[in-house]
Structures are given as structure tokens and as C-alpha cells.
Design a protein around this ligand. Structure first.
Ligand code: ADP
Ligand code: MG
Ligand code: MG
Length: 914
């Protein structure tokens, strides 16, 4: 019968002389794999129909039609309406009913569906085709007057709200329920529903100033246009911006013969996942609501029963559903999210799509599907996104803190895992503003709707008192990887009064609250969180193992302490790419010695006889500390390389702030104080003033310090090599690599190399033992990239310091740029992205390519890597892989993400492919 549709198109083509576009496809002959054209929902309906599954007769108006509609300023393109009528005729024939026929009326749903599923973002109108005549026909036909009026009531409400944009209808229905003295819509009888429907229609008429449309074809046309228009509606646009979905995809419109879950106790509607979307467990997981229609489950109108309840109620239907679920998994080779309706004991499938899932579930499902032979390891790796891994690494509550917190104030469904701590906010607008001001907020609502999205996205967690684990709040939170507790019914949420009450505790807006999305427990106050234990996660370990199997670029970590190094190693780091030594100078008990060192350094108090002695004494003391530090970190990374960077920041950073000293000195003088204390302070102040620089970032720092004060870096080199020698004596295998920061010339590298080598040899001579080590440099200046061949004469390794390299290449100071203009630049597409987050492949990356090429030309076994935040950014990992670096080094917590990215990069799969 697709012929009808095509005839419609042909007629039109002849009329305006253009080529005939096919805007409409019947589900039975639509190109089921073309999600771009049919949208996800349309493609799913087509696939299920063509697989012989029970789907009500349906057709799809394409996304191309939507785009043509937008382009024409809200007009149907030529041929669309004729094709729609032809397709309608076709489903009328299949169902044996006719739209608008008073005796035998067909009802349809008009459903949106873009390529990317956007839960709740676009509106669906159910029961279209009802008016004062057809409602009677429906009542006679089904012998169920209550049902007919329930359907009409729903239609008036939905059509009014969605298509005619009438406000207050849902509230009007709630009030009507109240005045009828019932809690649930199912308790209303036919008479009451009739009255409410007429009232709703009058409200619509009063609001729009026009009669409620009774012409069913007009209803259909208006509904299709409303779906198209909703594509550019605010909430849809917000959602696409959030998830970086292009705005020019368009939405399809699906017109589907209605089946009725609200025909009594042998009917119902439900949603189910073929696997648990929170944990990934292989069991059907979902919810079901008897005697209900459509959105009732998702909207949290009544709290639904578990899908297992359906198994007890209707075993035959359940088993049929189970079988269909299995078949769809086989077809799509992925977990599915299914929507279905049971009409008087008969099952109908209304939607299938790849299920949204938590990161945990994504990994578990992928690994299990490999075990089941459904997909390959390669495919499993492709399916996991960096955000999935990141979600698994979400913090949990610290067990002690949890114990101290005592009993939770309430419990709901563990809808999305992880611990969230924030301030309660009841309103999405306030959530957005408070979050923008840097406050962690927990959006707390009775239930959420798509209109709340702008307040959900920036919240750290979401709490609702109604709805199940497929409610809007739960679905959206899982996708964003935010902890969520849904349907916490024992918590009374008073949105207007801005407070919540639970088991005797009342909390107000702005109070702290803690959610455990993994258990569903809600705590008053602020609990402490702790890092997750990756070792316990077998599936993630398996998956990352597959990534390691194919990887080319290694993953190291940036770690400054043995504890961080140990954690990095546990997370799979194969070395330390950056150990910053200056943090060690700031540890407790050390700053006085650092100050001594700086104040007595040659040049600072030249000529004073005791200065040299004080300088050396301070250095000796610091060497002792540093030896312990390096011993710890080398021991933690036994057998793996550890790159230790020599002191880098300008020395003034280790001294008190100038303003503070000035105030102190002035106060002492005003008080008339004198003597040794004042003298000390004044000397310090003088030293700080002497160290003052206009541009510390470009001043006396990095290797310039080591050249001006060779004793400092020699002290560090002795400590590094001394620690390694000690470990070797103990039978360990330390691999230290000494890194000189901010080198820009051959001479700098040469001088530093000689200075360090002298210290190293001194330790070897003293201990009578040698260890393997390397001396290399950080590459963070454009000049260093260009003269990389000269640097590689001495340097045995390079490590790109891409933070500084980005600053010096662009001439941006990061703090100023990010504070002032980078946001604007990215928004206005002056820059494609923030180059401090993702390596700029052209400029900064171009310099990196040059450095790699020239460096390796001079020294073929030159080891080259990158440290700095880019090392944990998947797109940057892919770039580093492409230019042939040996490793990336990132924060310990990002190591798993970098391992995944390294594996994916080796497979030629870059994040932009998604
Ligand atoms: P969403 O994109 O928000 O999931 P849908 O188009 O899937 O919107 O519609 C929401 C719900 O409405 C469906 O889950 C289903 O229960 C119900 N529904 C849609 N079309 C029909 C139909 N033809 N018959 C019965 N119920 C329907
Ligand atoms: Mg749906
Ligand atoms: Mg640097």
C-alpha cells in the first residue's frame, strides 16, 4: 500500500513540476536503518513492524520534512499533506477504522522522534481523532463509556497543552479530581470524566478565543505542525546545546494507531529495559501501570509496579514480552529501552531504542555482550565513552562520615548512582543561578519535567518524591551521570513553601543535604565523600585491559606524593610523567628552610659572611627532606619510570605575600616596636621586593633558577639519585628521570645537564653504586620546539608541558584568558574549543610535531611524552597518539579515561567520531 503514498508524491510532483520528494513512509516499507531520515522512533517502529512484532499500524513523516517546514517558515512542503492523507488511508484500511467516523472512529497518536533520542524533550499527542461525536462511537464500539471519556479527557488536556499552548490544564484536572473527591484518575467515573472534559474544552476555548477543533483532519494537521515547531522550542534547544546535538537534524513525526492501556484491569502500559540501566545486570527491568495510558508511567502520575508484577499478573503476556525483548537485543546488538501497551490482554510494542545507561551499566553490558558473543571486544571498546568511565569513578560517601550521619531522613529509588552533597533548591531557575555562582545544589522537586532541564543540568544531584526509575528525573540524571533519588515518597516536598519534611526533620532551601544515589538514602547535612575503589570493578578492569592490549601510547600519571603514585598505579598508570618538587617545599615544617635558602642565596645577600653557610645549611636540610620524598615515590613506582621535575616556580611564591609583610612591618613601626623581630621582617620585606617581577610567568623561573642557583638543583639531583641508590641497595629497581623545566636554548640545556651530571656523579662516587637514570627537559616554549634538535643533543627525553606551551604559543595567560574572554571566544566560535582543555592541533600541536621530528632526528631513541592537564583529555590523547608520542601523563583520577582513550586512539577511533 506504499503505492498510495508514492502516488500522493507523484501527483504533487506533477503539479508543481519539481521532482517528487517522499516525505512519508509506512512503517512496513520505511528504510528501517535510516535513523537520520526516520528519527530513532520511526526507525524502531519500522524495524519492529518489518520483523513481524505486534506494532499498531503506523507511518512516519521524515526529518527532511521537518527541515523543509522550518526552512519555509512553518509551512508544510509541497506534497507532504497529500502523502499524509494517503498514509492515513492506509492505516485506516489496516485497522478497519476511519479517522473522524462517528460510528467506527480511528484514533492515532502523533509522536515526535529525532535521530538522537531526547527523552521527554518533544511532545506526543495521544487519542487524536476524538470529538463530541466520535467519543460516543468509541464508547459504543468498546462498550466502555468510562474509557471513551477518559480518552477524550486526555486528548482535550494534551491537545490543549501541547498543540494550542494553553496553560493550566494539568492543574485544572488536578483540581477537578480534588473536587470530585478522588486521589487517582482511575477513580473517576464516566459521568465525572464527561464533565471534566467539557470543562477542559471550555478552558481551552476561553484561553484561545476559538472553539476547540472538532475537525479531525485539522487536529492532525495542527498536531504535526506542533511537533515540528517543538523542535525549535526552548527546552529542545537547551537539551541539544547541553549534549552537543546539531540543531539541523530535525524531528520526524510518527502517526501511530492508538492502542489502549486504559481499557480496564486487563490493560495497561509500561516501559522496560532489556538490562538493568543502573547496574547492567542481565534481567528485564522496568515498570508497569495497569489501566493506564501513555505517559502515566513516565510522568509519575501514579507510582507504577515493578515489571515482575506483570509476570505474576499476566504470565503469557510477560513471556511474550520477554521473548520480544531478547529478539530486539539480537537485532540491535545492544540493550533496548522498550515502551509497550497491553490492550485487553494483547501486547503491542510502541517503541524500541538503545537504552540510556549509567557508566557502570555501559561497561557491564559491553563486557557481558562480548562474553555472550553478541559483539566483539573492539565493538565493546567503541561503545564506552570517556564520560562512562568518569561516572564509574564518581565519589561515594566516606564510610565513617556515613556512620556518623546516623539514620537517613528518607529513602527513595536509587535511580542514578553516586554520592551528591549540596544545598537544597526547589526551583530550577534558582538552581541554575546558584550553580552559576559556584554553589553545589541539589534540585529537589515532586517530580521533574523537561521544563526543569536547565536547573537539572547544573545541579550536583536530583531528588524527587514521586515517580519511578523511568521517570523523567531518573532518565535524565542517569544520562548526565548525576546521582539521583526518585520517588522518595516519605519526603514531603513543599515547593511553594521552599521546604521539605521527612520523618520529623524539616529542611529549608539552602540547607545542606546528601544523597546516596547508589542506595537511595537521603541524609540531612553534609557527608564527606571518598574516591571509588577501581580494583573492585572487575568489568571496568576487563575493558581497560582490552584497551591496554591494543594501545600504542602509554599512560602515566602526574603524582607528587607516594599516596598519589600508589593510587595512580592501582588505576593502571605505567609510570609517573610528572612529579612536581615544589609542592614538597610547602609541606609542614619546611617553609622556614626554604626561606633560609632563598634569603641567603648568592646574590640575595651578597657579601655577608655568614650567608653562604646559612645557604648551605638550609640546602642540606632540604636535601634530607627531598631524599625522603623521592624515596617514597620511587618505591611506590618500583620498576616504572618516574620523571621528577626540578624546581619551577618563581621563588617569591615560597615567601610571604608582599602586601601582608608591608602591613606587618608598618604596624610594628606604628606600635613603636624595634629590635630583632622588626629587623627580620624588614629584611624579608626587602627580599620580597627584590624578587618582585612584572611578569613572573615569564621571569625568573624554570631552568633560569637552576642556572642562577646551581646549588638548588644540584641538591635536588643528589636527593633524587641518593634515594634511587638507597632503593637499589635494598634490591629495588628505581627508574628516576630528572626533568629540567622551561628550557629554551641549547646553552641552557647544556649548562643544566653539566650541573646535574656533576651532582649525580658525586652521589655515584660516594655510594659506589650506580643506577639507571635520564636527564631530559620539559618542552613548553615555542623556541624549544623549533630548536628541539639542539636540545636533544643533551636531553634524553622530552615532556611537553602543554599548559605553558599553550600559554606561550597563544600569548595567553591562562587565568586571565579563562576569566575574561575565552568563554566568549568559544561561544562565538572565535576558537573552536578551549585550548587549555583540548590541545590545539594546528598551532600548539604543530609545534609539537616539529619538536618530535627534530628531536628524534637528533636522538633516535628520544623518549617523548606529555604532562599537564591535556593528558587526561581524550581528544588530546588521540592527538598525542597520532603524532607518535610514547606516553601521556595525567592526573591519577583520569588514568582510566586516558587508558580507554589510548585504546580507542589505537583503533583509529577518535572522540569526534561519536
Ligand atoms: P516519548 O518520546 O516522550 O517517549 P512517545 O511518543 O513514545 O513519547 O509517547 C509516550 C507514550 O505514549 C508512549 O510510551 C506510549 O505509552 C504512549 N503512546 C504513544 N503512541 C501510542 C499509541 N499509538 N497507542 C498507545 N499509546 C501510545
Ligand atoms: Mg517513548
Ligand atoms: Mg611549566
Amino acid at each position: 500500500m506504499a503505492v498510495d503514498v508514492k502516488q500522493g508524491a507523484a501527483t504533487d510532483g506533477q503539479r508543481d513540476g519539481s521532482t517528487a520528494d517522499q516525505w512519508v513512509f509506512m512503517a512496513e516499507d520505511a528504510p528501517a536503518t535510516n535513523r537520520d531520515l526516520l528519527g530513532g522512533k520511526g526507525a524502531g517502529l519500522a524495524a519492529m513492524t518489518q520483523a513481524g512484532l505486534p506494532v499498531p499500524p503506523a507511518f512516519t513523516i521524515t526529518t527532511a520534512a521537518c527541515n523543509a517546514f522550518q526552512a519555509a517558515g512553518g509551512q508544510f512542503p509541497a506534497g507532504l499533506w497529500d502523502q499524509t492523507l494517503a498514509a492515513l488511508k492506509h492505516i485506516e484500511q489496516k485497522s478497519g477504522r476511519v479517522l473522524g467516523d462517528a460510528a467506527n472512529p480511528l484514533l492515532v497518536s502523533v509522536r515526535s522522534g529525532a535521530r538522537e533520542s531526547m527523552p521527554g524533550m518533544m511532545d506526543t499527542v495521544l487519542n487524536l481523532g476524538l470529538n463530541d461525536e466520535t467519543v460516543n462511537g468509541l464508547a459504543r464500539l468498546t462498550n466502555n463509556e468510562r474509557f471513551a471519556w477518559d480518552a477524550y479527557r486526555r486528548f482535550a488536556q494534551m491537545f490543549g497543552r501541547i498543540v494550542l499552548n494553553v496553560e493550566g490544564l494539568d492543574k485544572a484536572f488536578d483540581e477537578a479530581k480534588k473536587s470530585a473527591g478522588v486521589q487517582q484518575d482511575t477513580e473517576l467515573n464516566a459521568e465525572q470524566l464527561r464533565g471534566i472534559t467539557q470543562q477542559l474544552k471550555r478552558t481551552v476555548e476561553a484561553y484561545t478565543g476559538k472553539p476547540f477543533p472538532t475537525d479531525v483532519k485539522a487536529q492532525l494537521e495542527l498536531a504535526i505542525k506542533a511537533v515540528f515547531s517543538s523542535w525549535m522550542g526552548k527546552r529542545a534547544v537547551d537539551y541539544r546545546n547541553q549534549f552537543k546535538i546539531p540543531h539541523d537534524l530535525g524531528t520526524a513525526v510518527n502517526v501511530v494507531t492508538m492502542v489502549f492501556g486504559n481499557m480496564g484491569d486487563d490493560s495497561g502500559t509500561g516501559v522496560a529495559f532489556t538490562r538493568d540501566p543502573s547496574t547492567g545486570a542481565r534481567e528485564i527491568y522496568g515498570e508497569f501501570l495497569p489501566n493506564a495510558q501513555g505517559e502515566d508511567v513516565v510522568a509519575g502520575i501514579r507510582t507504577p509496579i515493578k515489571i515482575s508484577g506483570m509476570r505474576d499478573l499476566w504470565p503469557t503476556v510477560y513471556h511474550q514480552f520477554e521473548e520480544i525483548a531478547g529478539r530486539l537485543e539480537q537485532t540491535y546488538k545492544d540493550a533496548q529501552d522498550l515502551e509497550f501497551t497491553v490492550e485487553r490482554g494483547k501486547l503491542y510494542m510502541l517503541q524500541t531504542r538503545n537504552a540510556k545507561r549509567t557508566g557502570k551499566a555501559a561497561v557491564v553490558i559491553a563486557v557481558q555482550m562480548v562474553a555472550e558473543g553478541l559483539i566483539t571486544k573492539d565493538e565493546a571498546l567503541r561503545r564506552i565513552q570517556p564520560t562512562h568511565v568518569q561516572q564509574i569513578l564518581v565519589p561515594q560517601f566516606d564510610p565513617d562520615s556515613r556512620k556518623r550521619a546516623g539514620a537517613p531522613i528518607g529513602k527513595g529509588l536509587a535511580a542514578s548512582p553516586g554520592a551528591a552533597v549540596g544545598k537544597i533548591v526547589f526551583d530550577p531557575d534558582r538552581s541554575a543561578t546558584m550553580a552559576a555562582a559556584g554553589e553545589p545544589v541539589i534540585l529537589t522537586r515532586k517530580e521533574t519535567s523537561p521544563d526543569d532541564f536547565h536547573g537539572m543540568a547544573p545541579a550536583v544531584g536530583i531528588l524527587t518524591s514521586r515517580g519511578g526509575s523511568s521517570s523523567h528525573a531518573a532518565v535524565v540524571a542517569r544520562q548526565m551521570g548525576k546521582p539521583c533519588i526518585a520517588g522518595a515518597e516519605e519526603i514531603d516536598i513543599d515547593v511553594e513553601g521552599r521546604k521539605l519534611t521527612a520523618n520529623g526533620t524539616t529542611l529549608h532551601e539552602g540547607d545542606w543535604i546528601s544523597l546516596d544515589g547508589t542506595t537511595g538514602e537521603v541524609f540531612a547535612g553534609r557527608l564527606a565523600t571518598s574516591e571509588p575503589d577501581l580494583e573492585q570493578d572487575r568489568e571496568l578492569a576487563t575493558l581497560l585491559g582490552w584497551a591496554d592490549d591494543v594501545h600504542k601510547i602509554d599512560v602515566r600519571a602526574n603524582a607528587d606524593t607516594p599516596a598519589e603514585a600508589t593510587r595512580a598505579r592501582m588505576l593502571g598508570a605505567t609510570g609517573i610523567g610528572l612529579c612536581r618538587t615544589e609542592h614538597m617545599f610547602r609541606e609542614e615544617g619546611r617553609p622556614p628552610f626554604v626561606q633560609e635558602m632563598i634569603l641567603n642565596a648568592p646574590g640575595a645577600r651578597r657579601g655577608e659572611p655568614d650567608a653562604r653557610r646559612a645557604y648551605n645549611a638550609a640546602l642540606d636540610k632540604l636535601e634530607e627532606f627531598q631524599l625522603g620524598d623521592f624515596y617514597g615515590i620511587l618505591e611506590a613506582m618500583d620498576g616504572l619510570p618516574v620523571i621528577i621535575r626540578l624546581i619551577d616556580p618563581p621563588l617569591h611564591e615560597f615567601l610571604p605575600k608582599h602586601e601582608r609583610l608591608l602591613v606587618e612591618v608598618t604596624e610594628m613601626r606604628v606600635r613603636g616596636q624595634s629590635g630583632a623581630e622588626l629587623e627580620e621582617k624588614e629584611k624579608l620585606l626587602q627580599a620580597v621586593e627584590a624578587l618582585h617581577e612584572q611578569n613572573p610567568m615569564l621571569g625568573m623561573r624554570g631552568c633560569r633558577l637552576g642556572i642562577m642557583f646551581p646549588e638548588i638543583v644540584q641538591m635536588q639531583a643528589r636527593a633524587i639519585i641518593g634515594a634511587a641508590v638507597r632503593l637499589k641497595k635494598e634490591g629495588k629497581h628505581p627508574i628516576p628521570e630528572i626533568m629540567v623545566p622551561l628550557v629554551g636554548t641549547r646553552q641552557e640545556m647544556q649548562i643544566e645537564y653539566d650541573t646535574l651530571k656533576q651532582a649525580v656523579d658525586q652521589v655515584f662516587a660516594q655510594s659506589g653504586l650506580e643506577v639507571d637514570y635520564k636527564i631530559g627537559t620539559m618542552i613548553e616554549l615555542p623556541r624549544a620546539c623549533l630548536v628541539a634538535d639542539q636540545l636533544a643533543e643533551k636531553a634524553e627525553f622530552f615532556s611537553f608541558g602543554t599548559n605553558d606551551l599553550t600559554q606561550t604559543t597563544y600569548g595567553y595567560s591562562r587565568d586571565d584568558a579563562e576569566g575574561k574572554f575565552l568563554g566568549h571566544y568559544v561561544e562565538e566560535a572565535i576558537l573552536p574549543f578551549n585550548p587549555f582543555e583540548t590541545i590545539d592541533p594546528e598551532g600548539v600541536g604543530g609545534l609539537m610535531r616539529i619538536a618530535v621530528e627534530r628531536g628524534r632526528a637528533a636522538r633516535s631513541d628520544l623518549e617523548v611524552g606529555i604532562c599537564g592537564e591535556h593528558g587526561g583529555d581524550p581528544a588530546s590523547v588521540a592527538f598525542c597518539n597520532e603524532i607518535g608520542l610514547d606516553y601521556v601523563s595525567c592526573a591519577p583520577g583520569r588514568v582510566p579515561i586516558a587508558r580507554l582513550a589510548a585504546g580507542q586512539a589505537a583503533m583509529g577511533f577518535t572522540p569526534s567520531d561519536r
